[in-house]
Design a protein around this ligand. Structure first.
Ligand code: SF4
Ligand code: SF4
Length: 76
């Protein structure tokens, strides 16, 4: 499992933080190019690959890879 967050697309809404059943996403203490505190995965090995974070993100900033298959949601 690998979760990739495009930090510069993030608007700091924290929806992914609430969506993650493992509680492994939090907000960085630094800001991105837009001036928002961005989301980050702080304990990647505990990810179960549920993809809820990617489905929840309104800004399509997250993609998840499970066993080599990359999932992107509503990529436009
Ligand atoms: S895929 Fe699931 S477990 Fe992994 S970071 Fe996203 S919400 Fe959390
Ligand atoms: S849901 Fe998307 S935009 Fe909102 S904090 Fe998470 S990565 Fe950033």
């Amino acid at each position: 499992m690998r979760v990739n967050i495009d930090t510069d697309r993030c608007k700091g809404c924290e929806l992914c933080v609430r969506a993650c059943p493992q509680g492994i996403i939090d907000m960085a203490t630094e800001i991105n190019a837009k001036g928002y505190f961005y989301a980050r995965v702080w304990d990647q090995p505990r990810c179960i690959g549920c993809k809820l974070c990617a489905i929840t993100c309104p800004d399509i900033a997250i993609d998840v890879s499970v066993n080599g298959v990359q999932y992107e949601y509503f990529s436009y």
